[in-house]
Design a protein around this ligand. Structure first.
Ligand SMILES: Nc1nc2c(ncn2[C@@H]2O[C@H](COP(=O)(O)OP(=O)(O)OP(=O)(O)O)[C@@H](O)[C@H]2O)c(=O)[nH]1
Ligand SMILES: [Mg+2]
Length: 250
């Protein structure tokens, strides 16, 4: 399958849009404590009383067309809620943190919610290089968002780290009557690019925790694996756990 290049859009740079924020102890913000292209950060105890204790932190970025459900997926994972009703498109970039217990280790995920709209593309470009993992979403009820995945992959190839952990997600599977992209088509595309793949629903919570947990496990293992520890296999894990339709835990 050919990979189309999409032209770079012109616009403001990311850090200017986001603006500097005061750093809380135990938290990391891009461009300051977070070294560009750097390794995952080791954790520090919080002095701010926010309970923000962690052993290691990683940056996870959500990308995909506008309206595929990136913000909803993140809110579902972070707060266990679904943002129904009026669609409020993300402007620039937003972030949320969540600390997971992964095999006895506190793993902090700094999750970057990007704007899918084309006009913000140059903003998100600036963040790719710091991402340890990318969740690439399409909407199973919107064929165009699936067709655009190859363009997103070209972007990722151009801007992200070579060893970035990447997972493909087909969201909104709860809307079965409106489905335009078959599960098999998602699987086929993922296989073609060697990506782990799952279908999700931010509305019901299907596979949402699983997607983030799988990413956290993979990143944690890359950092802390001891020689005797069995290797975590992201593809196998996602395939095994995703088939069962993992729902709304954590
Ligand atoms: N049925 C259903 N609707 C969803 C799901 N996820 C998101 N939506 C709806 O889809 C619309 C867009 O969701 P968002 O999460 O804001 O989309 P986004 O990808 O963040 O869009 P941008 O911020 O513009 O990039 C909203 O109206 C949501 O309620 C889902 O899993 N199922
Ligand atoms: Mg959004």
């Amino acid at each position: 399958m050919s990979r189309k290049k999409i032209p770079r859009s012109k616009g403001a740079s990311a850090p200017a849009t986001n603006g500097p924020r005061p750093a809380r102890p135990g938290t990391v913000r891009p461009g300051s404590e977070a070294p560009p292209n750097g390794p995952p950060q080791s954790g520090r105890p919080s002095l701010g009383g926010g309970g923000d204790f962690y052993d290691v932190a990683f940056k996870v970025m959500l990308v995909g067309d506008s309206g595929v459900g990136k913000t909803c997926l993140l809110v579902r994972f972070k707060d266990g809620a679904f943002l129904a009703g009026t669609f409020i498109s993300t402007v620039g970039i937003d972030f949320r943190n969540k600390i997971l217990d992964v095999d006895g280790m506190k793993v902090k995920l700094q999750m970057w919610d990007t704007a899918g709209q084309e006009r913000f593309r140059s903003v998100t470009h600036a963040y790719y290089r710091d991402a340890h993992a990318l969740l690439l979403l399409y909407d199973v009820t919107n064929k165009a968002s699936f067709d655009n995945i190859q363009d997103w992959l070209s972007e990722i190839q151009e801007h992200a780290q070579r060893n970035v952990v990447l997972m493909l997600l087909g969201n909104k599977v709860d809307s079965s009557h409106e489905r335009e992209v078959k599960r098999e088509d998602g699987e086929k595309l993922a296989k073609e690019y060697g990506l782990p793949f799952m279908e999700t629903s931010a509305k019901t919570g299907l596979n949402v925790d699983l997607a983030f947990t799988a990413i956290a496990k993979e990143l944690k293992q890359r950092t802390t694996k001891t020689p005797n520890e069995p290797r975590f296999r992201l593809h196998d894990y996602v395939e095994r756990e995703g088939r069962g339709g993992s729902c709304c835990r954590l």
